[in-house]
Write a protein that binds this ligand. Sequence first.
Ligand SMILES: [Zn+2]
Length: 631
Amino acid sequence: MSRRVLVIGLDGATFRTLGPWAARGEMPELARLMAAGCHGELRSTFPPLTPPAWSSFMTGKNPGKHGVFSFRRLAATAYRSGDLITANQLRARTLWDIAGEAGLRVGAINVPPSYPVRPVNGFMVACLMAPAGESDVISPPELRALLPEDYAISLEPPRQLLPSEPGYREQCLAYLEKLRRLGQQRLQVTLRLLREQPWDLLSVVFYEPDRVQHFFWSHLAAAGPAGVAPEVVAEIAAAARAIFHDLDAALGELVRAAGPEAVTFVVSDHGFGDAPERFVYVNRWLAEHGFLHARRSWRWRRRIVRRLPARLRARYDTLENIFVDWSRSQAWCEVMETRSAGVWLNVRGRQPEGRVAPGAEYERVREAIRAGLAALREDGRRVFALVARREDVYQGPHGELAPDLVLYAAPSHGLMFNGLRPELRAHASFAPFVEYGFTGAHEPAGIYVVAGPGIAPLGRRDEAPIEALAPTILCLLGVPVPDGMDHARPLRSRPRAGRGRGRGVALPSGPGDGRGPPARARLRRVRARRCGSPSTALTTRTRAACGRSSAASPPAWRRAATRCTWCRACRGAAALPCPPVTRRPVCRSRASASSARRIAARADAPGGTSCTTSPPARSAWCTRSAARAPS
Ligand SMILES: [Zn+2]
């Protein structure tokens, strides 16, 4: 039987809200899919952000291999980010390329990054990167008639929605109503393309969950922002939930329209949680520790520059010329997402006024900043969950486009967009978090739900990385998985006897993953050698990390490290309170039987929710800490 695959993307969807709603019957179509197949958390990229995460979904590769790290092109050789990224920055083949070349018909509707649109063996509708008013938003252009004249790809979010502002309630309700209409129009367009065009693989992304949760997370998941009357919170929450009810109905309509031979995936690029309570001003910290220098005379420089003619003023009224003395600065911080940032070193030969010499000085400065930020605390609370070298997070030829250090803040702290100037002018490194009126922020744990013909109804499964979706989808379509994807094997496992949970989804037997049994056995042997463990439950990236960390870890880092729950060959880099530990350790390669039993006992212990020896969820990104996130 020929199989088709339908992928419905819900940007920013999380089981923290969808789980209880599905269980209570508020999202019956989602609940039906969850019961009929498999579901679990989907680990996002670093940063957990729309462009890199959907890029990893469609390429099966981490950002080090596809080259998309943020909404903007990062400033690898300058002092500030470049333009918004486009599909031209994606440097890896996508699902649509691979399936299309295999002769299958594909359709991609609003999946970022897909602007500018380009020819595929099927059709492609541009994503939110398309400028407002752009008419060239579908390929092939002959299909433009299938889109309404006023087809909206995205909505400009409000500049801010603060409860203290007059008309807060009206602004919130008006924005939610516009979002609801956006989703309804997208459903109609998708149904039309789905019914009128041939397809084997169809993907569509709805942006509404992300937009709703940024501004209304606390209305949905808590009592609403301080200072807003409970009846107003309830009214706004009801309008926000109506959007999710619409999306649930859309799932049902799309699944029915796709037909019984289609396997359906419902996936998100990242999850959501509470917005942070505090800002941490990393640039302020860098300045206090002598890594970054503001000009003392910046006021005079600015006054002079502002008297220049407009053309010259635009050229010279910049941070580089006014505010920062780059010739004395070694590093600065650039925010990628509310809790994610990168620290760039001002490297000689790379930046215009580079100061740090490549080689030993680069490593010394980078390690000093890494150690300082990793130890940074406010009121006894650790500020960062992850401070890692870029090569410990990204693998691939484009890793050099990433910042020299990557930071992921603890849930309590957030970072300021475009914060260089205000942070340097601040009098302290911490402040209350206020950003656009956001009450929610991205988190790494997204969702996957897969159901359809041949998918076993295994229910809740373990967390999976977003890069594993592409090989899984190709496998379902019967297309060989090309070399170079991060997860050479698709999510594929049989339920183990006597165990309700396992890794990945149980795919039907049929088209292989492009590798015969001997090749698979060889791959297993190679990985087992690198890891020192025959465990089959570790991810590819974790196994690779085991080899690296056990072979060449600096002594200082080993001393500072804490133990990882899942693999004693690796070491967690942080000791934050972590989410409940619900799984047994799976890799006991270097553990004695007694210590493995001890770890297992801790994992099973009631109330074991603030384990200080297992790593936080986001250390899953760092090959040094090399642990999978607790579910
Ligand atoms: Zn977002």
